[in-house]
Structure formats: structure tokens, C-alpha cells
Design a protein around this ligand. Structure first.
Ligand SMILES: [Zn+2]
Length: 236
């Protein structure tokens, strides 16, 4: 399973074509894509381009609440969405935080999670996996995609964040030391949580939002307004 850049209508995005072929329509948008405001004309065009009926955008909180979206549910607060209806997109917006997509090929469910450092410490990606197992998925069959985020090359953290992860049961592998500086590897932290639980298929885009300013918005780089759109849906 490899990430590739693709284009559909006005939207430029990274995705894993092998997963799309299995009926999990998804994407991690680049900055070349229009911004996506619910109910605006871009929203309508987005639905048409990807063959969708509607989408759900979260009011994100840097917490660990996961919502299973059922009939007609629209506005929810939290940081994780699980889709069980066909042709409905769950959308997460990021700017350096890690977007994680969780698929259960063959089953009518897919999850998407907004994992910043706070959500990662609260194990949000793991909680989404556990919720999908509750709904009937087998953990060893789940496919996890880690989209573009700030990476260990650029994500310097101070002692406070280091201590929270160190005391939170994460291994040394989630940090990179360079001189006096400590860098957090948020992708490795999420990988570690999921591997320990028994997830086997984890695929990493290896894209750093801070390094790739041509492609992605980065809060750290000073972009306060821009957000990267990430979505997952089930083909009808
Ligand atoms: Zn980087």
C-alpha cells in the first residue's frame, strides 16, 4: 500500500489507491485544493467530485471523543469520527497535527482521527480502533494510514511535553535528541500505541507539513488560518 498524489476536479490530494480500490474513498488534501466550507459551493463540488452524499466536519477540541455518525448527524464536537453509512465523508482539519485514517476493508465502517500531541497522549487513535473493534472489526484486519503531519525532523518540544509523553508510557523511540533539543515523533507515538494493541497494517505517508510548505499548511511555520482537509468515506 503506497501513498500517491492524485487529482479529482479541483482537488489535489494524497491517498492510497489500493485502499480506494477496496471501497474506502479517502484523501489528505494539499494546499492546491480549495478550502472547504460546509454548504458552500466548494462543498457541493467536493461531494460531486468524490461521489458523496454529504459530509460531517467536527468541531475539534484536542480531546479524545469519538463519534459514530448515524442518520443525519451533522455537527459534532470531538476529535474522531467513525462513518458507518455509505457515501458520507468524515472530515478532519489539520495544520501540523496528525490525521489518521482507519479502515476495515470488507466491513461498513471507517474512522478518521485528529491526533495532535494532546490527542496522542489521550490515545485517541487507539480509542478509535477500540471503538471499531466494538462495532465488529477484527484488529488484525484494520488498515491504518498516517497522513501528513509535522514530523520528528521539525517538531521540537520543550521539557513539559517531553515529560508528559515520558510519563505517559511512551518509549524513547518517540523522541529524537539533537544537541540540547528534543524532537517529538508524533507518527511513531501513534504507531507504538497501535502496534502494542495488535494493529498490524500501518502505512505512513512520511510527509512533513513543516518541511513541505509547497504542499501543506503548517501552524508552526506561522500559518494560523489555513487548514489541511482530510477525509474518509465508504463507497456506496
Ligand atoms: Zn520536517
Amino acid at each position: 500500500m503506497k501513498f500517491e498524489i492524485a487529482q479529482k476536479g479541483d482537488w489535489s490530494y494524497y491517498s492510497v489507491p489500493g485502499l480506494e480500490a477496496a471501497g474506502i474513498v479517502h484523501g489528505f488534501f494539499t494546499r492546491a485544493s480549495p478550502s472547504l466550507e460546509p454548504y458552500g459551493k466548494d462543498g457541493r463540488a467536493f461531494l460531486d467530485a468524490f461521489g458523496l452524499r454529504r459530509f460531517v466536519v467536527m468541531n475539534q477540541e484536542h480531546g479524545d471523543a469519538i463519534h459514530v455518525i448515524r442518520d443525519g448527524e451533522k455537527a459534532v464536537s470531538g476529535d474522531g469520527i467513525i462513518i458507518i453509512e455509505k457515501n458520507v465523508a468524515g472530515i478532519i482539519k489539520t495544520a501540523d497535527c496528525l490525521p489518521v485514517i482507519i479502515a476495515a476493508p470488507g466491513l461498513p465502517m471507517a474512522g478518521i482521527v485528529h491526533a495532535g500531541w494532546r490527542g496522542t497522549v489521550r490515545r485517541i487513535s487507539l480509542k478509535a480502533v477500540q471503538k471499531m473493534v466494538e462495532l465488529g472489526a477484527k484488529i488484525e484486519d484494520l488498515v491504518v494510514l498516517m497522513g501528513p503531519s509535522i514530523s520528528s525532523c521539525c517538531y521540537e518540544v520543550k521539557e513539559d511535553v517531553y515529560s508528559i509523553f515520558d510519563n505517559g508510557g511512551f518509549s524513547d523511540r518517540v523522541f529524537r535528541k539533537a544537541g540540547d533539543a528534543t524532537y517529538l515523533d508524533i507518527r511513531e507515538a501513534n504507531r507504538e500505541l497501535l502496534l502494542r494493541e495488535g494493529v498490524k497494517k500501518i502505512y505512513d505517508s512520511n510527509l512533513c507539513t513543516y518541511c513541505s510548505d509547497r504542499l501543506f499548511a503548517s501552524y508552526r511555520r506561522g500559518e494560523r488560518g489555513s487548514r489541511q482537509i482530510n477525509f474518509v468515506s465508504l463507497k456506496g
